[in-house]
Every structure is written in structure tokens, then in C-alpha cells.
Design a protein around this ligand. Structure first.
Ligand SMILES: [Zn+2]
Ligand SMILES: [Zn+2]
Length: 142
């Protein structure tokens, strides 16, 4: 168990959180949804056990958007920072947007995913594995 405590928050500072466990399955996701949510070429997301993610403040500043019938994304209603998403079928985990974490983290990204739908202007220069859709480990756990 990771004893480090990671802290983070949204751009305007109204939403603050702590992570008291390990961040798993960190990936760069190049899918069209992640690109729109971030306004960039990709999103960097990782799984955290729901019990390890603690909203320190700003619970009522988070707005939910149901991006698909089973997935809800949460962002700050003042500054728009994307903080996390939840998948209905995976109740014990939350998926955190790593760019909102302010402390150094010990874990590292493992792959680029949904590379088949990346923006045509993006060139991925990376030694990490690249997958057209989800990374193989996650397909197995579904
Ligand atoms: Zn904010
Ligand atoms: Zn994505």
C-alpha cells in the first residue's frame, strides 16, 4: 500500500482532493471524447480505489455530465477542470484526470490507447505500447 498522499484540485481552487492509495492503469487516451473533454490531443487518466479518493472540499462545486449511459464525468462548474469520471459497472473505482494532481506521483503511464481515433495532427513519439482501443489488460478485467 502506498503511504504517500497525493493532493490536487481544479484550476480555480474550489475543488480539492486527496488520494491515499496507488494510481493504477495510467494511460494516455486519444479517443475523441477525451480530446474534447481536455481540449487537447489526449487525456491522461488513472484508476484509484474509490475508498482512496477523498474530496477535501468543493463537493457541491462539481457538476456531473453523463457522457454515455454508463459513464459520468465530473468537472468544476466554475473553472471547468475535469476531475474524475465514474463508470456504473465499476463502482469500487474512480478514474482521475492526472493533470489535476499537484504532487509528484510514483506511478507511471503504461500505454497509449484509442490510437486509432487520435487527431490526425498528432504524432505520438513514445516508447510505450500503442493500442487501437483499450489496452489488453483492461479488456480482460471487463
Ligand atoms: Zn474550479
Ligand atoms: Zn478516452
Amino acid at each position: 500500500m502506498n503511504k504517500d498522499k497525493y493532493t490536487g484540485g481544479c484550476l480555480c481552487g474550489r475543488v480539492r482532493f486527496e488520494i491515499t492509495g496507488t494510481i493504477r492503469e495510467i494511460v494516455y487516451c486519444h479517443c475523441s471524447q477525451c480530446r474534447k473533454v481536455q481540449g487537447s490531443a489526449f487525456a491522461t487518466n488513472g484508476n484509484v480505489d474509490a475508498g482512496d479518493f477523498h474530496l477535501v472540499k468543493g463537493e457541491h462545486e462539481l457538476t456531473a455530465y453523463e457522457s454515455s449511459p454508463s459513464q459520468t464525468k465530473y468537472f468544476c462548474r466554475h473553472c471547468g477542470s475535469p476531475i474524475l469520471s465514474k463508470t456504473e459497472s465499476v463502482k469500487d473505482k474512480v478514474r482521475v484526470r492526472l493533470g489535476t494532481i499537484e504532487t509528484d506521483i510514483a506511478e507511471r503511464p503504461v500505454a497509449h490507447i484509442f490510437v486509432a481515433s487520435k487527431a490526425n495532427w498528432e504524432e505520438i513519439e513514445s516508447s510505450l505500447p500503442q493500442y487501437d482501443e483499450f489496452e489488453p489488460a483492461r479488456n480482460k478485467s471487463r
